[in-house]
Design a protein around this ligand. Structure first.
Ligand code: S3P
Length: 437
C-alpha cells in the first residue's frame, strides 16, 4: 500500500512479533556525507531508504561523488567536491540541508540550497552565522532557504559556544572546521546527539574532547584533516522504533521486539521516560555497530502513569515528544514536558500540532511557549477525530499509533510525509497486527 493521502487507524487486537526499525536517519545522512568526503570507496549497508536520505544521496552525487546502489548495499566513491550546476534540493530535510552546508563550506566549493515550503520556513541563520564567523561568504535572505554559499579562500578556525543544543548546528561547524586552518573549539553547554563525533572516528578523523565541568563539553577540531573510506552498517533508528514500542505499550496484551536499534544514551531519553512511567521495556542483546551502542528493544503492554519529564532530557528525546504525548494520553495522571522551545521549529510546530490533535481526540491537554501537559485517566482516549498531520511525519505516525488504542478510529488527513523517515511504517505495523487502512 502506498503512503499517500489519508489513513485511519482503529482499535486493534494485540500487537505481536518482531520487526526491524529502519536505518537511523541521523546516521544515514552522516554516512553518505562522510563517504562522499573520503577519498576512495566506502560501502554502507542498513542505510535508511527514506526521502530525506535519498535527497542527501542526490546532493552528494551533484557535488561529485560516485553514488551507486546495489540492493541494500550503497557504494560511494568520494574525494574532491565540485560546485554543482543546480541548487541542491533537500525537500523536507533540515538535517541534510544543514550538515551539507557545513561540509560545502569546508570543501571550499560554491552551492545553492533549497527545500520544500516547510524547510523554507525553518531557521538556517543558526548554521550560516557561525560559518560566516569562519570567513564564509553566503547569502540567506531572512536567515532562511534559499541559501547560496560562495567558493572562497579556506575558512579560519573559530572558538564558539552553541546557542541551542542542536546536533545539526554542531555537525555543520565540525564539518566546516575539518577544512579550515587551525583548531576550532566548539563549546556545547548541553550535549546533543554525538553521531558526527562517533562516525568521524570510524572515518579516521581525530577530534579531542574536554568536559566543561557542568555537564557539557568542548570539542576541538583540528583543521586540514581528510577522511579515510570505510565500511559501515547503519543501526536502526530509535526515533522510528519509538512508534512500534509505543504501539505495543498502549495496545492491550501486546508483546513486540524491535531489532537492532541504536540505544546511544544521547538518543535514549524517550526510553528513560517510558521507564519512569512504568513501562515494561527491556534492552536485550546489547552490542556495538558503527561506533554506536545497539540493542533489541522488547516492549509489552503496560499500565502507565504520568510523570514530569525534565527539561534537561529534551535534547536526548527531541523527536519523540509527539509520540510521548500520545502515550501520555493513555497513562493515569499528569505528564508535563518542559524545555520544548525547539519543537516550535521542527517539520511543524509540534507543540501546536499535538495539542490540537489530542484535544480533538478528547484528551485533557494544555501548552505554553515551551511546554506541553497531557492528563490521562489510565484508559485510552475517546479518539474519533480527523487529525491534521501538518506535513509532519512524526505527527502522522503518532496519531496512527494512538488510534490503535483509542476507543474510536483516528483519521489522519495526509500520511505522505511518513516516507521521509519510515517508508515501511504501514507494512511493518500491519504485520504486527495493527488495523490501519
Ligand atoms: C538531528 C538533530 C535534531 C533532530 C533531527 C536530527 C541530527 O535536530 O531533531 O531530527 O541528525 O543531527 P536539531 O539539531 O535541530 O536539534
Amino acid at each position: 500500500m502506498q503512503l499517500t493521502g489519508p489513513l485511519t487507524s482503529q482499535n486493534s487486537g494485540p500487537l505481536a512479533g518482531a520487526a526491524s526499525a529502519p536505518g537511523d536517519k541521523s546516521i544515514s545522512h552522516r554516512a553518505l556525507i562522510f563517504s562522499a568526503m573520503a577519498a576512495g570507496r566506502s560501502e554502507i549497508t542498513g542505510l535508511l531508504d527514506g526521502e530525506d536520505v535519498l535527497r542527501t544521496a542526490a546532493a552528494m552525487r551533484a557535488l561529485g561523488a560516485a553514488v551507486e546502489r546495489d540492493g541494500p548495499v550503497w557504494r560511494i566513491g568520494g574525494g574532491a567536491w565540485k560546485s554543482p550546476d543546480k541548487a541542491l534540493y533537500f525537500g523536507n530535510s533540515g538535517t541534510g540541508a544543514r550538515l551539507v552546508m557545513g561540509a560545502v563550506a569546508g570543501a571550499g566549493v560554491a552551492a545553492r540550497f533549497d527545500g520544500d515550503a516547510s524547510l523554507r520556513s525553518r531557521p538556517m541563520g543558526r548554521v550560516i552565522e557561525p560559518l560566516r564567523m569562519m570567513g564564509l561568504s553566503a547569502t540567506a535572505a531572512d536567515g532562511r532557504l534559499p541559501v547560496a554559499i560562495d567558493a572562497g579562500a579556506p575558512l579560519a578556525a573559530i572558538d564558539c559556544k552553541l546557542a541551542q543544543p542542536s546536533a545539526q548546528v554542531k555537525s555543520a561547524i565540525i564539518l566546516a572546521a575539518l577544512g579550515a586552518q587551525g583548531i576550532t573549539c566548539i563549546h556545547e553547554p548541553v550535549r546533543s546527539r554525538d553521531h558526527t563525533e562517533r562516525l568521524l572516528a570510524v572515518f579516521g578523523v581525530e577530534l579531542r574532547f574536554d568536559a566543561d565541568g557542568a555537564g557539557g563539553r568542548y570539542i576541538f577540531v583540528p583543521g586540514g584533516q581528510s577522511l579515510s573510506p570505510s565500511r559501515l552498517a547503519v543501526p536502526g533508528d530509535p526515533s522510528s522504533a519509538a512508534f512500534l514500542v509505543a504501539a505495543a505499550l498502549i495496545t492491550p496484551n501486546s508483546d513486540v521486539t524491535v531489532r537492532n536499534v541504536s540505544v546511544n544514551p544521547l538518543r535514549a531519553g524517550f526510553y528513560e521516560t517510558l521507564r519512569d512511567m512504568g513501562a515494561n521495556t527491556v534492552f536485550e542483546n546489547p552490542r556495538e555497530e558503527c561506533g554506536e551502542p545497539v540493542a533489541d528493544i522488547r516492549a509489552r503492554h503496560s499500565v502507565l502513569h504520568g510523570c514530569a519529564v525534565p527539561a534537561e532530557r529534551a535534547p536526548s528525546m527531541i523527536d519523540e515528544y509527539p509520540i510521548l504525548a500520545a502515550v501520555a494520553s493513555c497513562a493515569a495522571g499528569e505528564t508535563k514536558m518542559t524545555g520544548l522551545e525547539e519543537l516550535r521549529v521542527k517539520e511543524s510546530d509540534r507543540i501546536a500540532a499535538m495539542e490540537a490533535g489530542l484535544a480533538a481526540c478528547g484528551v485533557d491537554v494544555a501548552s505554553g511557549p515551551d511546554w506541553l501537559r497531557v492528563i490521562g485517566d489510565g484508559t485510552p482516549p475517546k479518539g474519533g477525530a480527523d487529525v491534521k498531520a501538518r506535513h509532519d511525519h512524526r505527527i502522522a505516525m503518532s496519531f496512527l499509533v494512538l488510534g490503535l488504542a483509542a476507543k474510536n478510529p483516528v483519521a489522519i488527513d495526509d500520511v505522505s510525509m511518513i516516507a521521509t523517515s519510515f517508508p515501511d511504517f504501514l507494512p511493518v505495523m500491519t504485520k504486527l497486527g495493527a488495523a490501519i487502512s
